[in-house]
Design a protein. Structure first.
Length: 248
């Protein structure tokens, strides 16, 4: 199940460039999101692990990016996390991967929810603004989103006619990936996140998905509470090991 979800999520949120290297999936996207700028060592590895780490460092450092490994229970080789730690890699961002079955959901979409299945510039603008991110990442964000070839939805919630929240859903193999749920700061903790989430799930069910998954910071208590309320439960965790060129 872990490998399946990891594969599905990599397809749902693609990188701009991917290299397959002896069981490791090496992804690049100009530094925008760790998901798209990390090594995913989820398949059987045969070559010398230290040589492989050095190879990855050479690739990332040539792009002026930190070398980043995504570590799960199925990481190959099994002692990679300890090896990376011994080579100065820092443990960052514990992430909870959560799943739920959506077969029993009522498929009716809320009247205040707007859904489009095409890349939407305004949606990207809202997402960047409400996350208080630098607008300079927009071109790369748009490239990543344009590379999603799977069925997807861009959802926006309006309160009294004003857009106040957005999210993204992507379907692969009857799994709906829920990404980037965000509410404009003045409207948080008022139930709008739950409405957004439920309507992405309804859209996914209507498109044939049977299960949904998401990835959330393990210390993000408000988000964890929201997802628990909706019906998600943790299946596994992952974290990152990162090292910058300056720490060599």
């Amino acid at each position: 199940m872990i490998r399946q979800i990891e594969e599905v999520s990599m397809n749902a949120w693609p990188a701009l460039q991917t290299i397959h290297y002896d069981g490791w999936v090496i992804r690049f996207a100009d530094g925008v999101t760790k998901r798209s700028n990390s090594v995913n060592p989820i398949y059987y590895s045969t070559l010398n692990v230290v040589d492989k780490i050095k190879y990855c460092e050479k690739l990332y450092f040539s792009k002026n990016l930190p070398t980043c490994f995504k570590i799960t229970e199925i990481t190959q080789p099994v002692d990679l996390d300890k090896i990376l730690e011994s080579y100065g890699y820092k443990h960052e961002f514990d992430i909870s991967v959560q799943l739920m079955n959506i077969n029993r959901l009522n498929p009716d979409i809320d009247k205040n929810v707007h859904i489009t299945e095409e890349t939407n510039n305004l949606w990207i603008d809202h997402y960047i603004k409400w996350n208080e991110m630098d607008l300079s990442i927009k071109p790369v964000m748009k490239k990543i989103i344009n590379k999603i070839v799977l069925p997807k939805c861009f959802i926006t919630y309006k309160f009294q006619g004003l857009p106040i929240g957005c999210g993204l859903g992507v379907i692969k193999d009857r799994f709906l990936g829920v990404f980037d749920i965000v509410i404009d700061k003045p409207y948080r903790n008022q139930g709008f996140g739950t409405i957004l989430m439920e309507n992405i799930l309804k859209w996914g069910k209507g498109k044939g998905a049977a299960n949904a998954y998401l990835q959330v910071l393990a210390n993000n208590d408000p988000a964890l509470e929201l997802y628990k309320k909706v019906g998600f439960r943790e299946r596994y965790k992952y974290w990152y090991r990162t090292k910058s060129k300056s720490s060599n």
